[in-house]
Design a protein around this ligand. Structure first.
Ligand code: SER
Length: 318
């Protein structure tokens, strides 16, 4: 029986991952770790245990792990790419000093660890089309620097200490529950909010800019499937390319227009976001994930658009 701790359980991915893991493993077996100021509410609070668990506080992580007999940690604490450019030291503190704390606690208590990497772990010198699993990773953002370090440190703990670390490189994650904050791919979430509210959307990313994206149900499936995978099949560990869909702003706009013909979009390019987007892959090759643990996404762009437009109004139109 798994006993899981999610660090960052009230964030963009954590809030939905916690609920999904509770539906699989039982509410009492999944602890929502949060920081003061980002307390769980509603279903997230009521469906299972919750504990203050700041990734920068090693004793707190250790205490929660021991108290609940945790065997698997999902470490989702991070600053996204744009925010991290403004607060590089904090991004390092959360992303790497925090990871160090998690890995040490995992080593002492025999826990498996999932700490996601990202398309942000690639940089301008990475091949952009069908980006291979093993390739050049020289990002120029602090977010990217922390993600490459995350991959290396996680692999190090596996090779040196046998800590069962595994992860995926997430594309931009799109969902209708908790909005992201301060990422480069956020436009692909924001656009649905504008469409549903019947407002014109100003896109900060230039026409023609391709990036990998994934719908939340597939992102959750990846995070769960990789931790359930047969370890004897894994050649790679930290972290697997996973691909689902790749599109540019005009393509997601066209997908929404099919269902909302009056929806309007204009461009006002944000230079920082654009330079980050330009340095990331157009589309990743995820054949290693497909071969080593049978990764297969469910949603394509139109399937995601239909689901977003169906679910979002109930959440945001009061
Ligand atoms: N969604 C993240 C960002 O845009 C990338 O992983 O920062």
């Amino acid at each position: 029986m798994k006993k899981i701790l999610i660090i960052g359980a009230t964030g963009q991915i954590g809030s939905e991952l916690t609920m999904t893991l509770r539906s699989i493993y039982g509410g009492q077996n999944v602890v929502a770790g949060y920081i003061i100021g980002a307390e769980p509410k509603g279903e997230l609070l009521e469906s299972g245990p919750a504990e203050v668990c700041d990734v920068t506080d090693a004793p707190a992580i250790s205490e929660v792990v021991k108290k609940y007999g945790i065997d698997t940690i999902y470490n989702l604490a991070a600053l996204l790419s744009v925010v991290a450019e403004g607060k590089p030291k904090l991004a390092w503190k959360i992303g790497i000093d925090g990871l160090w704390n998690v890995l040490e606690v995992a080593r002492e208590n025999g826990c498996a660890v999932f700490t996601p990497s990202s398309i942000g772990s690639f940089g301008p010198s990475t091949p952009h089309v069908m980006t291979p699993q093993d390739t050049i990773q020289r990002p120029r953002t602090m977010y990217g620097v922390t993600k490459v370090t995350t991959e290396l440190l996680s692999d190090y703990y596996f090779l040196k200490y046998g800590v069962d670390t595994r992860a995926v490189r997430f594309p931009g994650v799109i969902s209708n529950v908790t909005p992201p904050g301060g990422g480069t791919t956020d436009y692909a979430v924001d656009i649905y909010y504008y469409a549903v509210r019947g407002e014109k959307f100003t896109c900060p990313i230039k026409e023609g800019t391709l990036m990998d994206m994934i719908y939340m149900p597939d992102a959750l499936k990846a995070a769960i499937d990789i931790m359930e995978a047969d370890p004897s099949r894994l050649i790679h560990r930290n972290a697997f390319n996973i691909a689902s869909m790749s599109f540019a702003p005009e393509t997601i706009y066209a997908s929404i227009k099919k269902y909302k013909p009056d929806f309007e979009m204009v461009y006002d390019v944000d230079p920082l976001k654009q330079s980050i987007a330009d340095s990331w892959p157009d589309c990743m090759d995820d054949s290693c994930a497909r071969n080593e643990w049978d990764w297969k996404p469910v949603y394509d762009l139109d399937g995601m658009t239909r689901d977003m437009l169906e679910k979002l109004p109930a959440r945001i139109l009061k």
